[in-house]
Design a protein around this ligand. Structure first.
Ligand code: AMP
Length: 429
């Protein structure tokens, strides 16, 4: 059960059907996707990558990086994407912790990896055109995505082939993706949202993506008329609304806007609907669990709510201290169980044990309630993480920097509401 083989079983019958469209209009077909990833997977093998080995990549968003993810799956290896903004010491920690067979990125940063290559060199040396996908068991790892705790070291969430396959299938169905869809993809691909929610769902549907290097209002406005769906963090939607160029006429072919990774304010939801006629569909997930809840495709998309649990996902609200389930309507810790939940944290048995209840529920660290309609509402986070423009900021990291400045005795960093970023970072010194 190799996730890539599952994708291939859904490729459009017409091999020249488009998979990716780049901003300049260049199109990469499904046939090209298959042959390019075959070449890359064969190249990985000649470089000594064995099934189960980690392949870490730190690179700016690019088609080649997306293909490396798919080639890694084909080779039976484990994809480990790193935020391009990570500093050299951060990268060093991730490589030493994960011990990859191969690091794709700045050669000066490869300490801890068995071998280092640049993305360009990797693609050049690839000659074969055929590759038999390595057979994988459902519980074999497909990816490790590092997520941070508010204290201590980053943890690698271990995502299996079955985790990713089940969630992508659930989302494809829930959000009605088909081969006729063209997704506007402006999200980063080192994070669960752009990498799995967007890409895997499109691959299972046999649809296509307009693949942008980053979010840019002008580019979104230019390309929206060619898309049928868009996924974004709330900041994308507030920024679009701030632009007078963003008009109802642009979205005439769009059937779905999805938001997640941070709370979408009820105000933005309403303003967006007034401007475009579209009720943004808000969903809730996290690196460790993939997607957990979603407002319905058909039925009310309630502003300020993340909707009911997705099919196959169980959610309960529990007393954070004891784990006892709370009554409907009470606020407590959101706990999740299902085929979507990761296999634990890489080489951190203690942290894994702390994150799960004895009956298998994962403790999300988010606080919320389930309303009378069965919709989940998130009220805050147990961990005091700040999410600004969809990106996680850990107060402690900034406090340490501020505390190191001359004249500072102590500081506290907090998130404050911000119309553009959702939360902005404020420091009390
Ligand atoms: P990450 O693992 O980086 O995707 O961050 C996951 C965290 O983002 C979750 O634990 C939530 O705190 C937050 N999150 C994701 N989606 C939503 C949402 N729709 N509303 C509120 N918070 C969200």
């Amino acid at each position: 059960m190799n996730l890539y083989s599952l994708f291939r079983s859904r490729f459009p019958a017409e091999p020249e059907a488009p998979f990716l469209i780049e901003p300049d209009g260049a199109t990469i077909s499904y046939a090209a996707l298959d042959s390019r990833t075959a070449r890359l997977a064969a190249r990985l093998r000649t470089l000594g990558v064995a099934p189960g080995d980690r392949i870490a990549i730190q690179a700016e968003k690019d088609v080649a990086g997306l293909f490396l993810y798919l080639a890694t799956l084909r080779a039976g290896a484990v994809h480990l994407p790193l935020n391009p903004a990570y500093t050299a010491p951060e990268v060093r920690y991730f490589l030493e912790d994960s011990e990859p067979a191969l690091f794709i990125g700045d050669p000066a940063r490869g300490v801890g990896a068995r071998r280092t290559e640049t993305l360009a060199a990797l693609a050049e040396g690839a000659a074969a055109t055929h590759f038999d996908d390595v057979a994988r068991a459902p519980d074999d790892l497909a990816a490790i995505l590092y997520t941070s705790g508010t204290t201590g070291r980053s943890k690698g969430a271990m995502l299996t082939h079955a985790n990713l396959a089940s969630n992508a299938e659930t989302l494809r169905e829930a959000w009605r993706f088909t081969a006729g869809d063209r997704l506007l993809h402006a999200l980063p691909i080192f994070h669960t949202h752009g990498l799995f929610v967007a890409t895997n769902t499109i691959l299972l549907a046999g649809g296509s993506m307009l693949f942008l290097p980053a979010f840019d209002v002008g580019e979104i406005v230019r390309l929206l008329p060619e898309a049928t769906a868009m996924m974004g963090v709330p900041t994308y939607y507030t920024r679009l609304l701030a632009s007078p160029d963003f008009t109802r006429d642009l979205v005439r072919h769009i059937r779905l806007f999805v938001s997640g990774s941070a709370p979408l304010s009820a105000e933005t939801h309403r303003e967006f609907e007034a401007r475009t006629g579209h009720a943004i569909l808000e969903r809730y997930g996290m690196t460790e669990t993939n997607m957990n809840t979603s407002n319905p495709y058909e039925g009310p998309r309630v502003p300020g709510s993340v909707g009911p649990p997705l099919p196959g996902v169980e959610i309960r609200i529990a007393d954070p201290a004891t784990g006892a389930e709370l009554a409907q309507g009470e606020v407590g810790g959101i706990e999740i169980r299902g085929p979507n939940v990761c296999a634990g944290y890489w080489r951190m048995a203690g942290k894994t044990a702390e994150a799960f209840r004895d009956d298998g529920y994962f403790i999300s660290g988010d606080l919320g309630l389930i309303d009378e309609a069965g919709y989940v509402r998130i009220v805050g986070r147990e961990k005091d993480l700040i999410i600004t423009g969809g990106l996680n900021v850990y107060p402690k990291e900034i406090e340490e920097k501020i505390d190191a400045l001359p004249g500072v005795v102590e500081s506290a960093v907090i998130g404050v509401p911000d119309a553009d970023l959702g939360e902005a970072v404020a420091a009390v010194v």
